[in-house]
Design a protein around this ligand. Sequence first.
Ligand code: ZN
Length: 286
Amino acid sequence: MLKLNQPAYSYAQTMDSCRDGITGNVNLVQKLDIEIGLLQVSADGYVASAPQGELYTLQSTPNHRNCDPIVIGSLKKSELLKLYSTYFVKSGKPGRRIYNSLMAAANEQCPFCGGIGRPRNLDHYLPKAHYPQFSVLPLNLVPSCRDCNMDGKGENFAANEEEQVLHPYLDNDRYFNEQWVFARYIAGIGAEPGVIEYFVRPPEHWDVSQKKRVEKHFNDFDLDLRFSKEAGPRLITCLAQIQELTRIPLELEVAKRTILQPAIESASFLNHWERVMCLALMNELV
Ligand SMILES: [Zn+2]
């Protein structure tokens, strides 16, 4: 739900770096040299499919235990996975610089949950167990927080358009430039501050599968609960500040605008939980 700039490193540069780090495995180096063309074609297919929401149409590899299928050209699944684990992630290898660069580019904000979590590692948008051909494709590697953790979802990957969560690098701009997260304010009883409840309301003009995708994203990452928890302390502060101003006295509408409008205008993106919370308070706090 948070857009990330496309990685600074190309796929070709990443493959070169991984290859440069290979020691004592001449066979793998030779295979990579032969198959680099096919790998690049496959990566190009990824880049072409993602903005259309069609990554689910790409060829996956069956994930059976004790089975090491050939995935692309002569390259086996185990070799493509090793490219990632041994020649990309491992510290000291040239590929690790690219890993670190991808992590740094997220600026401490996990794109899946809109920045409430800090990225802990790179996750494979298309899981490497099923799509080993994209194991070191920078556009498939998303900095992700512990709670979002795509890699931890194991066997689950999208079988149709509607099951795909949003792709932070490549998805349709409308998911990032139009508001689809909303909230309502449930007033508390007595001195209780109440709660902010978040929900999905995609724009009417989106097509059905786009509406289902944001619903899926919101549910998969538990954003209703996580945003509400995040909003709790901020809500208390906002209500106290507004109440303070009404004691001056200021009209409630003026007090609300004074406290909430700056947060709405300075939000880093439209669907940010705090912006959405302040909009709800503007409309519903009476
Ligand atoms: Zn996250």
